[in-house]
Design a protein around this ligand. Sequence first.
Ligand code: SF4
Length: 713
Amino acid sequence: GAPIVPIAPAVRTTCPYCGVGCGVKATPMADGALIEGDPEHMASRGRLCVKGSALGETLGLDGRLLAPAMREEGSLRTADWDEALDKVASTFASIIAEHGPDAVALYVSGQLLTEDYYVANKFMKGFVGSANIDTNSRLCMSSSVAGHKRAFGEDIVPGCYEDFELADLVVLVGSNTAWCHPTLFQRITKAREARPGLRIVAIDPRRTATCELADLHLPIKAGSDVWLFNGLLVYLAQTGAVDADFVATHTQGLDGALAAAAECVDIGFVARSCGIDARLVAEFYEAFAATAKVVTAYSQGVNQSSSGTDKVNAIINCHLLSGRVGKPGMGPFSLTGQPNAMGGREVGGLANMLASHLELDQPAHRELVRGFWDAPRMAANPGLKAVELFRAIEEGSVKAVWIMATNPVVSLPDADQVRRALARCELVVVSDMTAATDTAELADVLLPALGWGEKDGTVTNSERCISRQRAFLQAPGQARADWWAICEVARRMGYQGFDYMDAHAIFDEHARLSGWRNDAQGAPRAFRIDGLAGLDRAAYDALAPIQWPVPPGGEGTARLFADGGYAHADGKARFVATRPRLPANAAGGDYPLTLNTGRLRDQWHTMTRTGKSPRLAGHAPEPFVDMHPHDALLAGVREGELARVRSRWGSLVARVSHGGGIARGSAFVPIHWTGQNASDARVGAVVNPVVDPVSGEPEFKHTPVRVEPFALA
Ligand code: SF4
C-alpha cells in the first residue's frame, strides 16, 4: 500500500480515558492520527492499553455535533453561537432574578480539562452565587475525597505509581485493575516478574481478571470491607505490627478507632461477616503485618457504597497504625476512575468544595477566594450533590441545568427519575461532542464541544501528575472549548473576570490562587502549584508531566506525609472510628440477587467514543448480565438468551452470560450500554439511588434485582 505520511510533527498529549493518565504521542495523518505510547511520560513509560491504542479509530466526525442547536416546538434546529449563548445567559439571568441563584445548576464531568473545570466553578460559586455545581466524579471517587479529608485534612493521595513496583505486597480492594487501570496493572505484573517475592492480594466479590495474577483472592460479600479492615486494625495492634513513634507523633484518634473495631478481634467473626473462609482472612492479616512495604489500592468497589467513606478510612487507619504512609513502596492509594477526577478536585469541582482545596463551609476560605476572584456573590453554603440535584430538578426548585461532557440519563442511579427531571426542567443545556445521547435528546440548547485531540489544557491523574492535553486536530465545524462557552455566558450576564484569551491564562490564574492562598493564610495545605504560576505561553505549551505540590523553585513531589505535615490544624492525621454497616437495601423476596456494576476492559463510559472502534466492540458486542448458572436456572433463563433485569427502580434488557466469576446470589451488568441501543440497557435505570451519608456517592455495587425471561412488551 501507499506509505503513511504524517502531515505534522508528533504531539505529546494524555489519554482521555482512565485515571492512570498515560502519555500519548499523536502524529496527525491525512485521515486521522497515528497513536503511540509516549516513552517519556512518567505515568506510563510508553505503555498504552487497548483503549488508548485504539484512540486513532475514534477520531472520525460521524455523529459529531458541529453547530449549536435549539429546540423549537419539540424539534431541534441549528442555531448560531450568539443566539444559543444569548438564550442560555438570558434564561439563567431571569431564573436567578426571580427564584434566586440556587434555582440554576451546572452538572459537569471528570472528562473536562482542569481549565474548563476552574472556569465553571468560578462562574457558579463566585458570580452566580450558588454552589449548585456538581460532577460525575461524585459517582466515582467522592468517598475517597471525603476519606482523605477526614484522615489527612486534605484530599491527597500520598504516594505514586512507582510505589506499586517497590512494594512487597500490593493489596487491590474493589478494583479490577487489570481492566480498569490496565497499564498500571502491567507495571505491577512486570515488577512481579522481576521480583517474584512481590505478593498480590485481590479483595473483590467477583473473580475478575485481576484475581488471575493474585496470590490470594478474598471474595468478600459485597459491602463487608469495613469488617475486614477493622479486623486488620485490631490484628496489627495485637501483634505489635505498629509504628508507635509515628502514631504518637503524627496521629490522633487511635483509641476511638480501636474501640469501634473491637468486635472484629475474632477472625472467625470477621470471616462470617465477610462471607469467606477464616483461613483466607488469617493469611491476609499475617501477610499485611509481616510486610513493611505494602500498598493498598482501592477503587469503585470501595467508593461506590453507602459506607464508602468509612471503607476508605478503615483502609487508611491500617496504614496509619503501621506508619506506612508516603514512604517508598507503601501507602493507601485511591485509583481514580476518570482522566481528570483529580484536576477537578483541585479547582473545587464538587458542590461542597472551593477552588485550590479550600473549604466552602469555612468563612475564612470563602473570603480568601472571594478576594482573589473579586467575586460579587460568593456561594455561602455547599450545593446539591449529584443525586440530590436531579431530585431538586424534578421537584422544581432547580429550574435550569447546564450539563457538560456527561450523560446522567444513563449513568446516574434511578436514571428514569433523571429523565423525568430533565423532561420537566425549564432549560436543559447540554455541551457535548454528539447529539446522540440519552441526555442530549432532552436538551433545549445543544452546544458543540471540542473532543480529545482538539482541546488544549491540563489533566491530573491518580498520582497527582499534571499533564498537558494538547490539540493536534482542527476544531471541526463550530465546536468550541467548554471554558470559552462559559465565559461567553458569564460576559452576557455582566460578570467581570472571564476574558481569558486561552487555556494558558486560566491555568496561570489557578496556579496563582494556590500560592496566594498559601501566602495569605500560611495554611498547611499541600495543594500548591504556584511554582507553575507565571509560565509564559511557550513554557505552558512545553510543560512536562509534573506531580504537585510544586512550590516556587520546586520540581514536583512524588510522595507526601512520611514525616507528618498533615493539613489538620495540629498537623496530625486522624484515625477515624468506622462502624461496619450493611448495604442499604438487602437482596431477598422478589429481588433475590445483588446487582454489581462496573467497567469492561475495552469500553469507556457510555461509548460515545470507544463505541466507534469495531476492534473495541469485538470484546463484548452487546449488553450482558453475568450470573451464576444455578441462579439462572431458578430464574428460568439460559445462557445466551435475552433477559430482563428488574429492580424496584427500573429495568434493563441484556443477554444472560455465565462467564464472569460470579458467586451465587449475585449478578453483574456493565455500565456502558445506553438507551440508544436496540434495547434499553441503561444500568442506571436499575441501580438504587442510595448514597453514602458523608460523600453523597451512590451505592452502584449493591442493588437488589431479579432476572426474568425476556418478553416483548
Ligand atoms: Fe488510557 Fe487508562 Fe489505557 Fe492508559 S490505561 S491508555 S490512561 S485507558
